[in-house]
Each structure stands twice: as structure tokens, then as C-alpha cells.
Unconditional design. Sequence first.
Length: 513
Amino acid sequence: MKNILIIEDSKIINNVINKELVKLDFKADQAFTLSQARGLLIENKYHLIILDLHLPDGEGSELIANIQSLTKTKVIVLTSSQDTSLREELFQYGILDYIIKDKNLLYSISEIVKVINSIDYKVKDEILIIDDSKFICKQIKTILEPRNYIVKSAYTGKSALNKLEKKEFNLIILDMELPDIHGTKVLQEIRKNPNLLEIPILVLSGTSTPEIIRTVLKNGANDFLMKPFVFEEFILKVDLWINYIKKEKEIEAKNLELKYINDNLEKLVAKEIEKNRQKDHLMFSRSRFAQMGEMINMIAHQWRQPLNIIGAISSVINQKIKKNTLDIKTSTDLSKKITEHIEYLSLTIDDFRDFFKPDKKMVKTDFKKIVDKSLVLVKDFINSEDIDLKVIEHEVVEFVSYENELIQVVLNILKNAQDAIVQNNIQNSKINIEIIGIILKISDNGGGIAKDIADKIYDPYFSTKLGKDGTGLGLYMSKVIINEHCNGILDMKNINNGACFMIKLKHDGKKYA
């Protein structure tokens, strides 16, 4: 609905209607007299007029008679007049509705909005009138077409049945007295067709007895109206049945959707699980690549000293060769030292290679082994930052789990602790690792986690690290590994100006899974 004209002499009522329509994104012009309305109608085209009947300079009903097509320019009457005969006459002209001004004006406006929404509906409902009276068919068209209905006519029972075979309708209006077939027979023929069972049928009849009404309803009619009918009552019944069938179709569609979901629930759940598994696998891979970069740094750090020593030994050998002072004993000792450092380099590579092997099955392990293997990889790197690292063993308990995945979590927590200490420039920095059976605690004095982000640290791609140093996947994947893969709990709390991460596994005597 694009343009609306409000014709109402009360400025208060006019302004209230305008305000409510603007809230609903309708564009409205205002007229307070008949002459103002006529001027606006000459200058502009309106899709809808909201009309008060009694205006200071004339009767609003005069405008309705002058409007050429109420299909293009629709009219809603909003008035305090209770004139029944005038009301019926205006419906015959084709007004959309006749709304009485109520003390509760907002309710009256809500009724206007309801009518606007129904005629603004993009899909037009189609109605078939089966009546031999061309006058009645034209009259019904006049009152229904402004309400956004497409109205088709059939003047005999046979032509009606032919039309119903070729086209789908939303409502049938059926007269009982037809020239070729009685209305009851037409009813029976319609209901024989499985495709026409759900179409509502409103019967019109000049005769009304309990027996006729019973027969009509028993043969498949949905409603009955006596001729001559009251136009407003007729419109209300048409709207009622059209809306009813729409609601029925919506419910049927929802039921089919629910049935499909119920019938395919297992497949749908499996599909969603697979989607999540693939997402976790992708994030896990990204997290591993990020850790791989950190590991290469650690390898470089651990290799630096032995490579320097090998380089120094090589220089000593060269100098002794030049001076011709390289004896067998010195040569043997220097060769032995080179071999020791080469073995150290080889063992370092083995440690890192073992870490990056994917876990395909659970193995027997304990937190002491996991901590020891983790520290082989990172201890020198942490010590290079002058961080005091302590391991406290209260109790060591063996369990079965994914060892490399647990090492990955421990490495991630240790690296986060180190980064927090360096980033916050902490003096007398400390990292403590406590082994208490099936519980592992890693705490630091790096400043802790701010309260406003404590509930976000496990979110994917959330990082507190500066610049491009953080991927935001480490703690997310750590949580997935502990809570889902190892069926344990990963928790964090702030203590003594630092953070304490706790890994707690479930022990059943056989495995943690």
C-alpha cells in the first residue's frame, strides 16, 4: 500500500491515525474538509481512502459516488454513524469496511490496519460464483474485487464443474436453484473429486428451512446464507472461509515439515554432527599449524647452542690442523663431543616429530609423562625469558587417553602463560605445574584474565594477544580436546595475580574417554 488519504474533520483523530500509519511505514496525506479532499484527489492518486462520513462542508458519501473505480481507489469508512441502511448501501458500492469510531480509537485503527494488510497481500485469492443471476454475480463482484479477490462466474452447474476441472479456486459461492442441475447435485459432484475436497463452499438460497440447511451441510457445504443477504455479513463470511483455508494450509505445511523432520531426524542429526566434526577438524588443523610455527621457533632455540658448539669445535680442529698440533687423543675427544651434540639435535627432532603424529588410539600414560614430554619441547624456551618454572608432583596416577592431544593442550597453556608474562612485563615471573593424580594444574603470575572477557576465552578466533601473534584457536581447541575427545573438564580461575588452568579427567579404572 503506497499512498493513503485520511479524510477526518477531527484533527486529534486524524493526527492519531496518521501517526499510527507512519509507524507502520505507510505514507499518508491528511484532509479535514470535503473540499480539501477533492483538491488532493485531483492532484494525487491514492490506493486507499480512510473516510469520515460527516464533514463540516458536506457528506463523505458524496465522494464514494464520484470515485470511478473502487477497485483501484479503495475506501474504508470510519464513522460514528450507526445508520444501518446507509451502511448496507455503501457496501453495495464496494467499500472495504465500515468501522464505527470507538472510544478506544487504537482498536479502530488496528481494524483499519488489518483490512489494509489483507488487501495488500500480493497473492490474490480466486472465487467462483455459481449462480444463474447475472445481476447477483455482478453485485458480488462489485463488493469482492475491491477486497483483492479475483471473482469468476458460472451461470450453470455444468459450466461450473468444467471450470473447477481446469482451474483451482480458493472459495466456491453456490446458488441452489440452477437451470440445468440442482445445487445439491453440484455439491455432490464437487465433493466426489479428491482435488476439490478442501475448497470451502458457501451456499446461497432463497429458501431456508432446517431440512434444506441440514441437506446442504450434509452434502459438503461449509456455510449457508439466505437470499437476499446482508452485504456486510456476506463479506465477513467470505473473509472468514478464505482465511480459514489459508490457516489450514499453513498448519498442513507445518505438519508435513514436522513429519519430515521426525522421519529424517536421525539423518539430520548425523548430518549436523558431521558438519560440526568437519568444522572442528578444520579448526584443529589451523591450531596445529599455529603450534607448528611456535615449535619451529623452539627447535631453532634448542638447536642454537649445540650448533654453536659444533661450529666452535670445527674451528679448533681447523686451527690445530693448520698448526699441525692435532693429535689422536684430541681428535678423538673433539669427535666424541660433535657426536654427542649431533645425537642431541637428532633427539630434539624425534621429540617434535612424535608430537605431530596424530593420535589414532588411546595409550597408557600419566600426567608426569605428559608434562615431561611437554617440557622437553618448551623448557629452554621458557627459561630463556627468565621465568621460574616448577613442577610439583603430589600423586601420579596412570590412565588411558590421547597422549599427544593432552601434550598439545599443556603446550598451549604453557605458551599462553609465557606470552602473558612477557606481554605484561612481569618481574619475578613464575609458572607452576601441579600433578594431583588425574588433575593437572598450570598457574602463572602473568596478570590473570580480565573479568569482562573471562567467558569469551574459549570462543573460536577470540585472542588477547597483540598484533598477529594470536589465532584465537588455542583455547577453543584445548576445550574441545579435553571436554569432547578426552571426556574431561578444562577450567580456569584467576588466583594471586595470575591464571590457573585445571585439567580434570574422569577415571573409571580403564580409560578416560
